[in-house]
Ligand binder design. Sequence first.
Ligand code: FPP
Length: 241
Amino acid sequence: MAKDYQELLDLLDLQKLPKHVGIIMDGNGRWAKQRRRPRLYGHRQGAKSVRSNVELGVELGLKYITYYAFSTENWNRPEDEVKGLLKLLKEHLIKEIPNLNKQNIVLKLLGSEQGLDKGYLNEINDMARQTHRNNGMQVNIAFNYGGRLEIVEAIKKLSPKEIAELSPESFGDHLWTAGIPDPDLIIRTSGEMRLSNFLLWQSAYSEFYVTNTLWPDFDKKEMLKALLNYQSRTRKFGGIA
Ligand code: FPP
């Protein structure tokens, strides 16, 4: 028989949680299509999943969650979907900043400024800044994010001396994710098994969890299942168990 939420929660070892979970929120479009609704309806429902997922993160005591909300390749979608996604992020932040502050959450935006309107950027950056005195869980929103661009941009900013002294350990300090530990677990919804340019450098030793559940249906119970699956893995980081 399928386990209920409390049973799953009881099985979870709170001492062995991943420090950082990255989430590729896929399947909003298919979720909407199944209901004969526009794709943006699916994205709006997806934003509600983000809310409950963040809530669970706080309840469990997760340290970092990174949500892949808009990739550098998502500009290739139809103009009204792109505009809708930009508007959805801004509206969601306006609504959520008071809740994030109440829950002591730090919000960070990870991504490029390329292609985004100055006024829009100022607004979303100002909102994120309003949470920067908090010291609880950190929610990163990968927005206008691309792993390849992140790496190339980091290299372009280095001086010849810095390049000569570069090491695999120090390179991360130049990425948008500087100061954030690498993700221990990367979750992708909707059954697709690819990274899609998400945290390329940082995911070298991440554990992957793919579920067929579409992102708008990815509720707290689904997140517990992903975390339990993670806890069943043996991480070797190239060594032996
Ligand atoms: C992928 O599903 C989803 C996206 C590209 C957008 C994700 C955005 C949100 C969940 C809402 C806003 C986020 C925040 C943090 C408030 P898809 O459209 O590729 O789905 P499909 O593969 O079924 O078409």
